[in-house]
Design a binder for this molecule. Structure first.
Ligand SMILES: Cc1cc2nc3c(=O)[nH]c(=O)nc-3n(C[C@H](O)[C@H](O)[C@H](O)COP(=O)(O)O)c2cc1C
Length: 197
C-alpha cells in the first residue's frame, strides 16, 4: 500500500464558525479545478482527524469512543494519481488502495447524480458497524448512523470555511458502491468535493 503524508491541518481559518454555519449549503456544480493537497488534508482532518493524540480522540464524537468510521477519498483529478485512497487518521496520511478514476462507475451507482462525476474528488464516509455493535448490540446500529451525520457536518462546515463545495449524497446502490471501491464496510454518504462553479 503506497501512503502519502498529508500536510498538518491549519487550526486558525479566515472564516468564523458562525459564518461557516451560515454559509453551509449543498453544492452541486463544480469547476474542473483540482483540489490542492492542503485542501484535501484540511477536509480529511476536519472529517475525522485526530484532535487529541494523547487520548486518541477524533474531530467527530463517537459512542463509547469506539470510532467505527472509515474514510475513503476517490480522486479523479488532483495532486496525487487518480485512484481510491484510505485516510489513516492517526498518521494523517492517505494510502492508495486501488488505481484509476472510478467516478463514472460511482456516478452510475448513485442514480446518475452529475455532481459525483463533475467534482474532482469524492469523499466516502463508510463504517465498520461491528466495532460498535460488538459493544452496544443492536443499539450500536443507531449510533453508527448518527456518527455518519457528525462526520458529514464537519465536512460541510470545513468546506464552507474554505470556499469549497460539497453535498451529502445518500442515494446510491450500496452493494455497487462497495464493489467499485473494493471495500467491505457499509457506506453512509458520498460527498463530492471541489471548487463551486
Ligand atoms: C440523509 C440525507 C441524504 C441526502 N441525499 C442527497 C442525495 O442523494 N443527493 C443530493 O444531491 N443531495 C442529498 N442530500 C442533500 C439535501 O438535498 C440538502 O441538504 C437539502 O436540499 C437542503 O439544502 P442545504 O444542504 O443546501 O441546506 C441529502 C441530505 C441528507 C441529510
Amino acid at each position: 500500500m503506497r501512503c502519502v503524508a498529508l500536510p498538518p491541518p491549519v487550526l486558525r481559518g479566515k472564516v468564523s464558525l458562525e459564518e461557516a454555519v451560515m454559509r453551509r449549503r449543498s453544492i452541486r456544480k463544480y469547476s474542473a479545478r483540482p483540489l490542492s493537497i492542503e485542501e484535501i488534508s484540511q477536509i480529511l482532518w476536519a472529517a475525522y482527524g485526530i484532535s487529541d493524540p494523547m487520548e486518541g480522540r477524533h474531530t467527530a464524537p463517537s459512542a463509547g469512543a469506539l470510532y467505527p468510521i472509515r474514510i475513503y477519498l476517490v480522486l479523479g483529478e488532483g495532486p496525487l494519481e487518480p485512484g481510491i485512497y484510505k485516510y489513516k487518521p492517526h498518521r494523517h496520511e492517505l494510502c492508495l488502495i486501488k488505481r484509476g478514476d472510478p467516478r463514472e462507475e460511482l456516478y452510475e451507482a448513485s442514480l446518475e447524480q452529475e455532481w459525483i462525476l463533475d467534482a474532482p474528488a469524492v469523499l466516502v464516509i463508510a463504517a465498520d458497524f461491528t466495532v460498535t455493535t460488538s459493544v452496544y448490540g443492536n443499539r450500536g446500529i443507531r449510533y453508527v448512523w448518527m456518527e455518519f451525520g457528525h462526520v458529514s457536518e464537519n465536512v460541510y462546515l470545513q468546506a464552507a470555511a474554505m470556499g469549497l463545495g460539497t453535498v451529502a449524497v445518500g442515494a446510491f446502490a450500496d452493494e455497487e458502491v462497495k464493489r467499485i471501491l473494493g471495500i467491505e464496510e457499509e457506506v453512509g454518504y458520498l460527498m463530492p468535493l471541489g471548487h463551486p462553479l
